[in-house]
Structure formats: C-alpha cells, structure tokens
Ligand binder design. Structure first.
Ligand code: SF4
Ligand code: SF4
Ligand code: FES
Length: 279
C-alpha cells in the first residue's frame, strides 16, 4: 500500500492508485470530465487539477506515491478548475448547458458556470445514420471517452478523434457515416459521453451517461437479459408503462455496465401487436 496525505488527512491506497483514487478515498468529490473509471485515463481536460508537493497536476493521470502531500481546494486550484471547465463550455452552443442533463451541464451548475457561457456555433452537424447511436458534433468536447470505450471495453475500434485543436471531434474510424463503420451498436460510447454529443433512441441526450436523470424521470426495473446465457444485468426504463430504453446495470456482476446490441436495443418486440402475452 502507498501512504500519503490529502488535505492533511492520512490515506493508504493500492500501489497502482492515482491521486484521483486517493482524493476519492478521503471523500473529496473532485470534478472530472475526460475520466471514466472503466477506461484508461487520458488527462486531457484539466478538470481534476490538484496540487501535489507544491506543483499542480491532473489527478487522474498522476500516480500516488509514498508521502505525497496533496491539496485539493486552495483558491488557485478552484480557479484553475473553474477556468478549465469554463473554457470547454464556452466553445459549445448554449443548448449544451441549457436543456441537456449531462455530466458537463451538472458540473457547470456546480461550478456556477451559467448556460450563457456557452457561445459556440452550431455548424458541425449531426450523424443520425445509425439506428441506435446518434452524434451531435457540436456538443463534442473531444474527451475521447467514447473512443476508449469502443476500443478498450467493446473491442470494436470503430471510433477516432479527427481534426486539430478546437476543431477536434469524434468520427467513425472509416471516415464515412456511422452506420457504415465497424460499430456493433453496443451503446457503450453513448453511456460514457459526458456531454450528450452521443445519444440513443428513447432517452434525452446526456441521460445515458447521467443516469440519475433517468432514474428521477422514469421508472427503472432491474432484470436479467434473456437473449443468451451470459446473464447481463439490465435496467429497463419505462414511462407510462412503455419501455423507452434499456441500460446495462453498472453494478451487474457479469457485465459491469456493458451490454451487446441485442440486450440494449432489441426490445421493440415487447410492443409488437403479434407478441405472445400472458393470458
Ligand atoms: S456503439 Fe459500441 S461499437 Fe458502436 S461506436 Fe459506440 S462503443 Fe463502438
Ligand atoms: S462524443 Fe462525447 S465521449 Fe466522444 S469525444 Fe465527444 S464528448 Fe467525448
Ligand atoms: S478528468 Fe483528469 S484531466 Fe480530465
């Protein structure tokens, strides 16, 4: 174990832990945007800045080392984190913060960054070619979470980031339409997207990643997928008795928040007029 101090509190973490792990271990809710616990950290958004041994660093990509002295909340850190998020938000159209319940919009609300901060244009367009995964390019902050999810969890390697600087945006790796790419429709990229740039049928943009919004606005029933023998845990979202979406259960012991296209999207048969129903 590695022993260090966070805001003066002693904490012991695994030897492969990051400063983000250590900060969370003492109960500090450090903001993150490009980070997803299920994925290799990227350290690209600068939202999780902390001070360690006098220097400022991104907590999600910095290993915790013995006797580190970590600070999370001095005035300069709060300003740097606020400015990092504000800069990201300012490049987006206002609808990214106004009307989308996402990790980003929640974080902006938490940091007192108003929707009017978002002054970007809507000019990059959409890709709605795929039946289950829709892309609103103007909401993409190029965090790369979807790219890593597709490669590291699904193993499809269907996505990449294209463009340079502020023009960077996610794209299917083939360069064409999403529906013509190697996407297998698992929905993992939608699930991890922190802005609502990726969305799926049946849920508001951002809601898949921001599951608390789903739980507040609809009934959720936990069940086991019946398509094959793996036994993935699923959360069936219903509204007025109708199934609107199926989300893989983050706590599912065998699928840990992931599912295949069948379990996640092939639920239309429930409403088929020819479906066999109990007498
Ligand atoms: S739906 Fe799955 S396979 Fe398709 S792009 Fe997203 S993560 Fe990759
Ligand atoms: S589509 Fe979403 S997850 Fe992918 S890079 Fe853009 S903001 Fe990040
Ligand atoms: S969450 Fe650490 S740099 Fe993005």
């Amino acid at each position: 174990m590695t022993e260090l101090r966070v805001d003066g509190q002693p904490v012991a973490v695994r030897d492969d832990a990051t400063l983000l792990d250590a900060v969370r271990a003492v109960g500090v809710d450090l903001p993150t945007l490009c980070h997803d616990d299920r994925l290799t950290p990227a350290g690209s958004c600068r939202t999780c800045l902390v001070r360690v041994n006098g220097g400022v660093t991104a907590a999600c990509v910095t290993p915790a080392t013995e006797d580190d002295a970590v600070e999370t909340a001095d005035t300069e850190l709060l300003r740097l984190r606020h400015d990092a998020v504000e800069l990201i938000a300012s490049a987006l159209p206002q609808r990214a913060l106004d009307g989308v319940e996402s990790e980003l919009s929640s974080l902006c609300a938490r940091l007192d960054i108003p929707p009017a901060t978002a002054q970007g244009a809507s000019e990059r367009g959409r890709d709605d070619s795929h039946p289950y995964v829709h892309l609103d390019r103007d909401l993409c902050i190029a965090c790369g979470r979807c790219v890593r999810m597709c490669a590291e969890v699904q193993g499809a390697f269907a996505l990449t980031l294209v463009g340079r600087g502020a023009d960077t945006v996610v794209a299917p790796g083939t360069g064409g339409r999403w529906v013509d790419s190697d996407c297998v429709g698992c929905g993992g990229c939608v699930d991890t997207c922190p802005t609502g740039a990726l969305s799926q049928p049946g849920l508001a943009p951002g809601a898949a990643a921001h599951r608390s919004a789903v739980r507040r606005s609809a009934d959720v029933t936990r069940t086991t997928c019946g398509y094959c023998g793996v036994g993935c845990s699923l959360e069936v979202v219903t509204r007025d008795g109708e199934v609107t979406a199926v989300l893989p259960d983050r706590d599912g012991p065998v699928n840990r928040g992931h599912a295949c296209v069948k379990g996640r999207f092939a639920h239309g048969f429930v409403h088929s007029p020819t479906a066999v129903t109990p007498a």
